[in-house]
Design a protein around this ligand. Structure first.
Ligand code: CP
Length: 331
């Protein structure tokens, strides 16, 4: 039997994603006990985390399994990730060997790896997560890679369903926000894919130069059309937010300036006013961590329309459903 990886939500059929979301809702309601007894999840964090790490560890524990966590360079060997290199530098163990070995111990392998290099044309291939999937013979789960954060996307979809009832045809705005750093595009792409899966009418609002990768836009567009929704892009924040049912506030760096931080900072500088200060009656979403009073004001995050803690909680339930589906006793 071929193994299943979970690297991007759009790589699973809409029916499979619907089944995951239904299971997540049942799990959250307390309707599923056990199912991961004597199962092991190995997690490799090449970048930091609060929610992803703690929610996956909790998910494995709650269903009777075990999660082990490796942070290469901090207690496990520094990883070399480039294929075919002469390893006479700082990398002690190659990704190929780590992936094969962890596959012998664990039932699934989960990996977080943000962009590292200076060239978007190289980074956009998402080679690290793809190579872990290639060399590990167990299912590989993406804990946020260069291009996707599908577990966040699942949790976001679950949250939208809970908060909006049937989200199909409702207005979802993905709103860029100013941030002191150029952040990856994995979360905004995955949030838009989640809204597309739900058949929402999506507006992606950002200042000039902050277009998502064309392949991401194509994937979002295709899924939206398939599911009966639509996608628009706007550079007018106020107009985009009008009539929104949900606003997903998120910062991301300009792909067109990737690897050129000074140019990117200059492009970003005039847009500090792209901050969520007043959502009206729209649901406000963010994946967290959030820069308070930079991306979103305190009053909004702590106010009645904030869904951010529900999103964070739903990471746990969505991932319980994912783990049960991939490696559960009845999988
Ligand atoms: N949203 C999210 O992935 O949070 P962490 O980076 O803390 O895991």
């Amino acid at each position: 039997m071929t193994k299943r990886d979970f690297i991007g939500m759009e790589e699973w059929s809409p029916q499979e994603v619907d089944r995951l979301l239904d299971l997540a809702a049942r799990v959250k309601a307390g309707g599923v006990a056990g199912g991961l007894e004597r199962k092991v999840l190995a997690m490799v964090f090449l970048d930091p985390s609060l929610r992803t790490r703690s929610s996956f560890e909790t998910a494995m524990f709650l269903h009777g399994g075990h999660a082990l966590v490796l942070e290469p360079g901090k207690g496990s060997w520094t990883l070399e990730t480039e294929p075919g290199v002469v390893m006479d530098g700082t990398g002690v163990e190659h990704l190929i060997d780590a992936a094969r070995v962890l596959g012998r111990y664990a039932d699934a392998l989960a990996v977080r790896s943000f962009p590292k290099g200076p060239d978007w044309n190289v980074e956009r291939d998402d080679r690290i997560i793809r190579n872990f999937a290639k060399y590990c013979d167990k299912p590989v789960i993406n804990l946020e890679s260069v291009r996707r954060h599908p577990c966040q996307g699942l949790a976001d979809a679950l949250t939208l369903k809970e908060k909006l009832g049937n989200p199909a045809g409702k207005k979802f705005v993905l709103q860029w926000a100013w941030h002191p750093k150029a952040l990856p595009t994995a979360v905004p792409a995955s949030a838009a894919l989640a809204a597309a899966h739900l058949g929402m009418d999506i507006t992606i609002a950002h200042p000039p130069g902050y277009d998502l990768d064309p392949a991401d836009m194509k994937a979002i567009q295709s899924l939206a059309v398939l599911r009966g929704g639509s996608v628009a892009v706007s550079q007018n924040r106020a107009a985009a937010l009008r009539g929104a049912d949900a606003v997903y506030v998120k910062s991301w760096g300009a792909v067109s300036r990737f690897g050129r931080p000074d140019e990117e900072r200059e492009l970003r500088a005039p847009h500090r006013d792209w901050r969520m200060t007043d959502p009206g009656t729209s649901l406000v979403m963010h994946c967290l961590p959030v820069r308070r009073n930079v991306e979103i004001d305190d009053a909004v995050l702590d106010g009645p329309y904030s869904a951010v803690y529900d999103q964070a909680e739903n990471r746990l339930h969505a991932q319980r459903a994912l783990l049960l589906t991939l490696i559960g006793k009845s999988a």
